[in-house]
Design a protein around this ligand. Structure first.
Ligand code: URA
Length: 475
């Protein structure tokens, strides 16, 4: 009996080296005892450590598919995995070359089930890791606590490196931890839940957003708990809201059904006269008055009111969003809903006063589709955007800003041309004329819609970095 000790039970390289050595020595699976760590051999035989530089020829003819399957299966927590994989390797190299094609074979089917469980765990880790921001001596560090079922951290860490290259982060788990300092990925021993922080300001924002977008009429508890198993909830900031939202859902839905659709009280005056063309005249205050009566496209009809820009007449910076949302429509002011809250947080982080900016939108009316009592945001189409362009042009003409900041592709393409590509050109200066420059970044709602806390935190950081360029030109 040969006993093989693997220091790290999920290390594919170590298992492969040991397996090659055993194959080369002609040791059948029944004569091999696999162990992880320093435990003694059950049979009392002197354990042989895994060889450092084994011969490769013996496994030369093994299908690539098996190697990739073995790599995944080794992350599984089942202690039988090394033995099953070695038995499969032995069979593949001893007359059963087509073994992997026999789906009903016990070893093959076991390996596929184990690989599936590992892949599912990896998927869950990508979806449910929630970073919390911690102030460190060299700036912000993002730390997450996660409890995977299998030893997947080393396999998933490269995904987080690609996704959050610009952030410094640590993912702590009971078995091992991954740390990224912006340049190097380090894998370490496991950690304690107490080592991870609990809660930060971004989390509150995310919870508010989650509660706002939760639609009781669409609630499917079974599908939800399948995709987001309850075992992950304890580490998800939004999960604390879920039981109460589920409990209230049927009552809230019944109330939606019982109530006839009610629209907010309209504040658009009866049509007076057609909109002046080509460029509306007068001061900003007069423009605002004229825009209240705009009928240039059908959006005025269901909207509560026109949401015109606000801010100083002589602002050096004009910020242009896309179109008002539900809350802006009710308040008659731009960027006062969840997107506005996120924008305000970015400004606060940069020390920029909102009231020094002129804030407006490409389209001045809320466009929506009624769903019971709810009004679901709908994107203004090309004609609606074109019809509204006169107002934005008039605002810019009166203010003559030094800098125009576009939030989102709609604003950027209306102002910089339809060729403008936001993801490629964000954060870059655009010269509009000799005294005015433009710059574009993503829309705050894009950040709020990202699926994970970590993605939102990274996108928020990029957003702040783009906005920070405002200070270069118009301090
Ligand atoms: N999104 C926008 O583009 N503008 C607003 O005013 C609010 C949300």
């Amino acid at each position: 009996m040969r006993s093989v000790i693997l220091e790290d039970g999920s290390d594919f390289g170590a298992w492969r080296s040991a397996a090659r050595e055993l194959l080369a020595a002609g040791l059948p699976p029944a004569q091999v005892q696999w162990q992880v760590g320093g435990a003694t051999d059950l049979f009392g035989a002197a354990p042989a450590p895994a060889p450092a530089d084994p011969p490769a020829a013996a496994v030369g003819r093994v299908p690539r598919e098996f190697m990739s399957l073995a790599d995944t299966v080794l992350a599984h927590s089942d202690p039988r995995r090394h033995a099953v994989l070695y038995r499969m390797l032995w069979r593949l190299t001893h007359g059963e070359r087509k073994l992997l094609q026999i789906a009903t074979d016990d070893d093959v089917s076991w390996a596929h089930i184990a690989a599936k469980a590992v892949r599912r765990d990896m998927h869950k880790m990508k979806a449910f890791v929630r970073f919390r921001e911690v102030a460190g001596p060299e700036g912000a560090v993002f730390i997450a606590w996660f409890e995977p079922l299998h030893d997947i951290v080393a396999r998933v860490a490269p995904f987080f490196v690609r996704r959050f290259t610009g952030m410094r982060w640590s993912i702590l788990t009971p078995l091992r931890s991954a740390h990224w300092d912006g340049e190097t990925l380090r894998l370490d021993a496991g950690a304690d839940k107490a080592d991870a922080p609990t809660g930060d300001a971004l989390e509150d924002l995310w919870r508010t957003y989650f509660a706002n977008i939760f639609n009781p009429a669409r609630l499917k508890v079974r599908a939800m708990t399948q995709e987001m198993p309850v075992r992950y909830w304890k580490n998800l900031p939004e999960a604390a809201l879920i039981p109460a939202l589920i409990q209230d859902a049927s009552a809230r839905m019944q109330a939606m059904v019982d109530k006839a659709p009610t629209m907010p009280q309209r504040r658009i005056p009866a049509p007076v006269k057609p909109v002046p063309a080509p460029l509306p005249g007068g001061s900003l205050a007069q423009l605002r008055e004229q825009a209240r009566q705009c009928r240039a496209c059908p959006l005025w009809q269901p909207a509560t009111q026109t949401v015109f820009g606000e801010g100083p007449d002589d602002a050096r910076i004009v910020v242009v969003g896309e179109q008002p949302g539900d809350q802006e429509d009710l308040a008659g002011r731009p960027f006062v809903g969840p997107s506005g809250e996120l924008f305000d947080r970015a400004l606060a982080q940069l020390g920029i006063e909102r009231h020094a900016l002129y804030i407006t939108n490409t389209v001045k009316h809320f466009k929506f589709e009624p769903r019971g009592k709810r009004r679901l945001h709908a994107r203004a189409n090309a004609q609606e955007q074109a019809a509204c362009r006169q107002w934005l042009a008039a605002e810019l003409d009166r203010i003559q800003p030094r800098l125009i900041v576009c939030l989102g592709a709609m604003a950027a393409q209306n102002l910089f041309g339809s060729e403008f590509r936001l993801l490629e050109q964000r954060g870059q200066w655009i010269t509009l004329d000799e005294s005015t420059r433009g710059i574009a970044t993503v829309h705050p709602s894009y950040i709020l819609r990202l699926p994970s806390e970590a993605a939102r935190a990274a996108a928020f950081e990029d957003f702040v970095r783009d906005l920070d360029r405002m200070r270069e030109l118009a301090p």
